[in-house]
Design a protein around this ligand. Structure first.
Ligand code: C2E
Ligand code: MG
Ligand code: MG
Length: 564
């Protein structure tokens, strides 16, 4: 009776060779060989890629190519199946080279017979299976199937190299089970093994696909969180792990409880190389154990404080809108020809109960990340429009209100409808409203946002490009953007000095804007000299502490009354 079928692929440009090989394999009675034949190099590459055969026979002569070339090529693209090279006549040099290149065996066609061919094929397959098993055993933990210490070290080094290149973080979680030794000693090794398997299953479910869970040995596990952008997400995963390990494990019919002590360290904050990163995470794990286990700890106090602050801030921000803790500040924008106030920019502030005013750079990233910016952005727009309406009724009917919008807000499909609704609700003139978008928002997402911006402009609202000069807009593409105004970023304005590079940049932006029929506003004007320079080169408007910092609505009303 035939055993499992062995699938053989012959790559040979000579049909006679195929017939000979087929006849030889047919002579072998106790094994069922299935022989496929391909005659060209390129077809062979495709066939090997499909990975449908157990063994390959490559003829040394393949038209313009050699079987040796083919061998090197397929090994390079990851072929792990055994390859036997068929050579014309016994040529020791070719044979040696074939073995060096990774051939499983070589056979001289002149001396080929059925038993020899069969033995070579069987031996090659056998050896390749053993090699793969050994390679697996060298890298994986046999009990849990997780990567072992060796593979973990490789992956960690790899993640660190990538993170260094991409300027991101690697989080390393070191985990030890609480009370594992007692469980193992009292319930026996079998129960201990089952528990470790159960833990490894739960751990694997807590991480992303790109992360590595590995077993270091005993009851110690590690998790590599690669390509992180912030420390907070590591703490979220660590908490998820702690929560996942806590519920009972059902082992041999009984319930068993354990818990995880997790230590977290980050590349590059805590350590710059793999070895010391492991030590740091391990040390943090001991901190967690010392504090009673069933929790996670950071290696460094600084990271721990920062994450705690962020988490606290996030939960406070969630309630800030209901608790009326947001307020708008306003900063006047001046015409540089007659020094009259022509507009104001609304700037968000957070006033948490009993604390100092928090500037936006400390909480905006979190609002954007969590999507809370969408509801808060609507509040900002409504509040700014109500204020605009009030000022317009109090004698400033032409005052313009500028409101900042971030990328995340532009992604909302109903943004234009929301803006139209707020304008109608507050009865302001749409041409008195201006949206400030950052350069990054426009340039990186131009295609997807272009339509939205056009719809917003159709309502009558104008668009200005904030912080201009800090991004990477190509000047030639600028003219295709639906923009009414450029705002020169304050870093350039701040460095205006005779003959400085930044002065040249300011001049260039002003003339660029004008040639594209856009208005231009200078941000962050702080001195008379800067003002004089901007006036000399025809900048339309200016805004900055030289005129007035951002102030609350009451103070802004006062400024308006005094000034205009
Ligand atoms: P921005 O829109 O470029 O706003 C200008 C920032 O420069 C404001 O900081 C303003 O207070 C500050 N500033 C004005 N004049 C001067 C000056 O002469 N010198 C210096 N050193 N700084 C000056 P602020 O209020 O902290 O806002 C920071 C950024 O936060 C804003 O930059 C804007 O991108 C964003 N932002 C503010 N409010 C909102 C909002 O309601 N929604 C959104 N999405 N973003 C907002
Ligand atoms: Mg702005
Ligand atoms: Mg700006």
């Amino acid at each position: 009776m035939a055993q499992n079928q062995v699938k053989v692929l012959l790559v040979d440009d000579d049909e006679d060779d195929y017939i000979i090989t087929r006849d030889l394999l047919d002579d072998i009675l106790h094994t069922d060989f299935k022989l496929d034949w391909i005659s060209s190099f390129s077809e062979a590459l495709l066939a090997v890629e499909k990975n449908e055969h157990d063994v390959y026979l490559f003829d040394y002569r393949l038209g313009q190519h050699s079987g040796l070339e083919l061998l090197r090529e397929v090994i390079l693209v990851g072929c792990r199946k055994p390859i036997i090279l068929l050579t014309g006549q016994a040529d020791r040099e070719v044979d040696l080279e074939a073995m060096k290149a990774g051939a499983a065996d070589f056979l001289s066609k002149g001396q080929l017979n059925a038993p020899l061919l069969e033995r070579s094929i069987r031996y090659s397959i056998e050896r390749s299976n053993t090699e793969q098993k050994l390679a697996y055993m060298a890298q994986y933990d046999p009990l849990t199937g997780l990567p072992n210490r060796n593979l973990f070290h490789d992956r960690l080094r790899h993640s660190i190299t990538l993170a260094a290149r991409e300027a991101c973080l690697v989080g390393l979680l070191f985990l030890d089970l609480d009370r594992f030794k007692i469980i193992n000693d009292t319930l026996g090794h079998n129960a201990g093994d089952l528990l470790l398997k159960g833990v490894s299953d739960r751990l694997s479910k807590c991480v992303r696909d790109c992360d590595t869970v590995a077993r270091m040995g005993g009851d110690e596990f590690v998790v590599i969180l690669s390509a992180l952008t912030d420390t907070k997400s590591a703490s979220i995963i660590a908490q998820r792990i702690v929560d996942a390990i806590r519920p009972a494990f059902i082992l041999e019919g009984g319930e068993v409880f354990t818990a995880a002590s997790v230590g977290i360290a980050f590349y590059p904050f805590d350590s710059e190389d793999a070895e010391s990163l492991i030590k740091s995470a391990d040390a943090a794990m001991y901190k967690s154990k010392a504090d009673g286990g069933n929790s996670y700890r950071f290696y460094s106090k600084a990271v721990s404080d920062q994450v705690e602050k962020q988490m606290y801030m996030e939960s406070s921000l969630h309630r800030a809108l209901e608790k009326d803790e947001f307020i708008l500040y306003y900063q006047p924008q001046y015409s540089l020809t007659d020094q009259k106030i022509v507009g104001v920019e609304a700037l968000l502030r957070w006033a948490p109960e009993g604390q100092d005013l928090v500037p936006p750079d400390q909480f905006l990233p979190l609002l954007n990340e969590t999507g809370m910016i969408n509801s808060i952005g609507e509040w900002v727009l409504r509040t700014a429009c109500r204020q605009l309406r009030q000022w317009s009724e109090n004698g400033f009917p032409d005052l313009r209100m500028a409101v900042n919008f971030s990328t995340r807000q532009l992604k909302k499909l109903d943004l234009a409808d929301m803006i139209a609704r707020v304008i109608a609700e507050t009865s302001v003139k749409s041409e008195n409203l201006e949206l400030e978008l950052t350069e990054d928002t426009l340039m990186n997402h131009f295609q997807e946002h272009n339509q939205m911006i056009e719809r917003i402009r159709d309502i009558g609202v104008t668009i200005s490009l904030d912080d201009f000069g800090t991004g990477y807009s190509s000047l030639s593409s600028l003219k295709s953007y639906p923009i009414d105004r450029l705002k020169i970023d304050q870093t350039f304005v701040g460095n205006i000095r005779k003959g400085s590079d930044d002065s040249a940049i300011c001049k260039a932006i002003i003339s660029l804007a004008h040639s594209l029929e856009m208005k231009v506003t200078a941000e962050g004007v702080e001195s008379k000299e800067q003002l004089a320079f901007l006036q000399e080169y025809g900048c339309d408007e200016g805004q900055g502490n030289y005129f007035s910092p951002a102030v609350d609505a009451g103070a802004m009303s006062e400024i308006l009354r005094r000034k205009n």
